[in-house]
Structure formats: C-alpha cells, structure tokens
Ligand binder design. Sequence first.
Ligand code: FES
Length: 68
Amino acid sequence: MYLCLCQGITDSDVREAGRDGITMPCQLKAKFRLKQRGCCGRCSKNIEEFVQIATSAQQELPLNSVRS
Ligand code: FES
C-alpha cells in the first residue's frame, strides 16, 4: 500500500525503517524526505500512520535481535 504517492513510499518501506529503529515523526519525515520541494506534503499530515506502522514493525522484532 502506498503511503506517499509523490515519492512512492509504501508501508513495506516504513516497516523496514521501523525495524531499523526509525519510529519518531521527525526521523520518518527526514528519512523519507516528506515535505521536500516538489512534494505535496499531504502524507506528512498523516505522519501518525507512518509512526504506527514503524512502531509496530519494531515491536515485532525478537528482543535480542540486532540489525547492522
Ligand atoms: S503524498 Fe507524500 S509528499 Fe505528496
């Protein structure tokens, strides 16, 4: 499912970011360059959806997993 049409960001992309520990709104906005020049900024109004997806992906990781 696309979360950002301007940049083609999918829920899978956001889940991967969550597994890498990127779950805060400011982190997600920076990683995916939301509201950058040429983008509509519509998806950044729904940043809580990004946060929810990233956070649940992070919580699905086993407790002792380490990504490098
Ligand atoms: S939908 Fe994400 S910047 Fe336009």
